[in-house]
Structure formats: C-alpha cells, structure tokens
Write a protein that binds this ligand. Structure first.
Ligand SMILES: Nc1ncnc2c1ncn2[C@@H]1O[C@H](COP(=O)(O)OP(=O)(O)OP(=O)(O)O)[C@@H](O)[C@H]1O
Ligand SMILES: O=P(O)(O)OC[C@H]1O[C@H](OP(=O)(O)OP(=O)(O)O)[C@H](O)[C@@H]1O
Length: 321
C-alpha cells in the first residue's frame, strides 16, 4: 500500500519528473534513474510512481507530451527528445512563464528530423515540395519549415493571379507512425521523419534532402519548478551518470622522460594524475579519456612506449567536463 497513488494529494510536496513511458528513450531513461539512485516501484499499468528515497514522483508519459506538461508547469522536470521540444515550441511559443528550459544534453537518442523524398522520383530539393503533399508526425515544425520556403518562393515569383498563391500552399498531414510508408502509398510527395541509421529511409526507397532539426535526448525543466534545490540535486546526479558513461579511466606506466608527450595524449580533465614508481625514472599515470577515443589513445600510448595500459569503467562521478 505504501506506494499506491490514492489521490492527487499524495503528489503534493513532491517534485514531479516526467519520463518517456515507451519507445526509444524509455530504457536509457530507466538506466539513468537507476544510476542516479532514484528508487521506485512502478505498479502495473500505473503511470505514476512515488520515489522511495527522495521527495520525487515519476510520471510516465509519451515523449511527445512531455514538453506540454513541463512547459505548462504541471510537471517540474522531464526527459524527452529535443525534436519534441522544438515541435512543441513551434506549436505553442514560450512566454515569460510558460515553455521549457533545457537543463542538459543527455547524449543518447541522437537522430535528425529530415525531409525525405522518393529516391528515384522527380523531386531533388525541398523547394520543389512547395505546394505539394507532405506527411509527418511533426506538423508544427513542418508547417514552419514550408511556410519559410513558400515565403521565399512568393518573393521570387510575384503572383499574376489568385491561383498562384494557392499553388504555394504546401499541405501538411499528420500521421502518428510508419510515416515512411506515405510516399509509396501515394498519400505524400515527401515526408518529414526521424532518421538515425537511415535504414528505415533506405528500406522505403527514400532519400533525405534537408534537415529540419538535429536531436538528442534532453533534460528539461519548467520555468518555475516547485523545489529548485531538489531539482539541482537530481540534475547533478544525472550529470554524474552521463559523465561516467562518456568517460573511462586510463592508467599506464611510462618513463619520466616521455611524460610530457604522454600527457599530450591523455591530458585528463585538469591534468593527469602522476605517481612516482619505486623504479627510478618511471611514473604511473591516471587520466579520464572519452570512451569513443580510448582505442586510439591506447594505440598512441603503446606506440610511445607506455606499458601496462589499463582501462577501467567509471561507475559514477561528480565532475563536470
Ligand atoms: N530511430 C531513432 N533513433 C534515435 N532516437 C530516436 C529514433 N526515433 C525516435 N527517436 C527519439 O525518441 C523520441 C521518441 O520517439 P519514439 O518513436 O520512441 O516515441 P514513442 O513515444 O514510442 O512514439 P511512437 O508511438 O510515435 O513511436 C523521438 O522524439 C526522438 O527524439
Ligand atoms: O534511421 P533509423 O535507424 O531506421 O530510424 C528511424 C526510424 O525510427 C523511428 O521510428 P520507430 O522505429 O520509432 O517507429 P514508428 O515509425 O512507428 O515511429 C522513426 O520514425 C523512423 O521511422
């Protein structure tokens, strides 16, 4: 009974944190919560979970709805894609009190919202889609994108009669998923959809001709969160986990005369930690290295003459980079 939500009253005095309830961002968010020691038990089918060890409640919502709840200040904190924030802002421009604040880029969930057309079709540029049919799940961003192109076209071709302005109106239609099927089904001349690996796009016989938004998952907050101190604590924990995921700890031994060159390869955050060894003229070095660089860094260190190169995973951190 202790974590059952009996009424909205049980959420009073808790910071509300929205998390994607499904889809691409769901699991990485759960990993982030667990790394931040945010402990909760989510009851079957319940979209609200009280956190056991902090005055916090998690609200599981569709990623697309999170900017609305956070932007209106109903929820204090949230994780969603930057594409969803941009879509919300294109639809509901922020004011002094509404809208969201981007607190942190979380690094995962990278993708691009791109204009796509049939690979072997007549359309080569977005401009050629003006006045045609476009299908998307991101209608506000797509409307804003094509309104700009329409305005450019209108400036270049002063209209002789009323029909010309009708030709300039691009039709933007909403579909909730499987957007890539729209061209093959004859519903659209082009689509605006997310691309990560490009596999879906290629499988549907489409190619990208422009990018509307580059996206990653972001931590967002409302403009006036209920408990700024707790929000800061959660943010700092999440930042620690993200940094730990991004970096590894590299340790190695190197002769003192090569230390300057070795320090250039592993400069660390402030500077590498250098410890004297019992063996004269040799030192042990320890430095944080970006995970995606580590193979190259190890090659370079070995080439330089460093020995006993070891790489360890960082479980958690309280550091900023
Ligand atoms: N292929 C992808 N690669 C990386 N990130 C993606 C990808 N597709 C979507 N995303 C990110 O995840 C967010 C949520 O998309 P996802 O399709 O998982 O949502 P969903 O809530 O399951 O919605 P839907 O029911 O429409 O699929 C997107 O707004 C985007 O930021
Ligand atoms: O470039 P890729 O790596 O192929 O990823 C892109 C696909 O991923 C998303 O769809 P998702 O799989 O979430 O399903 P949906 O079409 O039902 O939204 C997006 O809408 C693309 O269709």
């Amino acid at each position: 009974m202790d974590h059952k939500i009996d009424s909205v009253g049980s959420l009073n005095d808790r910071l509300l944190f929205a998390v994607p309830k499904k889809g691409r961002l769901h699991q990485p968010c759960l990993d982030l919560l667990s790394g931040s020691d945010i402990q909760f038990h989510r009851h079957n089918r319940l979209d609200i979970a009280l956190v056991k060890n902090l005055p916090l409640a998690l609200i599981f919502l569709p990623a697309a709805d999170i900017p609305t709840f956070v932007g209106e200040g109903r929820v204090d904190l949230g994780i969603t894609g930057r594409d969803q924030v941009a879509e919300h802002e294109a639809d509901t421009p922020p004011t002094d009190t509404t809208g969201v604040v981007e607190v942190m880029n979380l690094g995962f969930g990278s993708c691009r919202l791109q204009v796509q057309v049939p690979e072997n079709g007549p359309i080569q540029t977005s401009d050629q889609l003006v006045g045609k049919n476009v299908v998307t799940s991101f209608t506000a961003l797509s409307k804003a994108y094509f309104r700009d192109l329409e305005a450019q076209r209108a400036r270049m071709t002063p209209q002789a009669n009323g029909d010309a302005s009708k030709d300039l109106q691009t039709t933007i239609k909403f579909v909730g998923g499987s957007v890539e099927a729209a061209c093959a089904l004859g519903v659209a001349d082009g689509i605006v959809d997310l691309v990560e690996s490009g596999e879906t796009m290629r499988a549907a016989g489409l190619k990208a001709i422009d990018t509307v938004v580059e996206s990653t998952a972001v931590l967002i907050s409302s403009k006036h969160p209920s408990d700024p101190k707790l929000l800061k604590k959660i943010t700092s924990r999440i930042k620690g986990v993200i940094t730990a995921q991004r970096f590894v700890l590299c340790t190695y031994n190197v002769s003192r005369k090569l230390l300057t060159k070795a320090s250039h390869i592993t400069p660390g955050k402030r500077a590498p930690t250098v410890t004297a060894l019992e063996e004269e003229d040799w030192v042990a070095v320890q430095a944080m290295v970006e995970r995606k660089q580590i193979a190259n860094v190890m090659d370079e260190l070995a080439e330089l003459g460093a020995t006993d190169i070891l790489v360890t995973k960082i479980d958690n951190s309280r550091t900023t980079w």
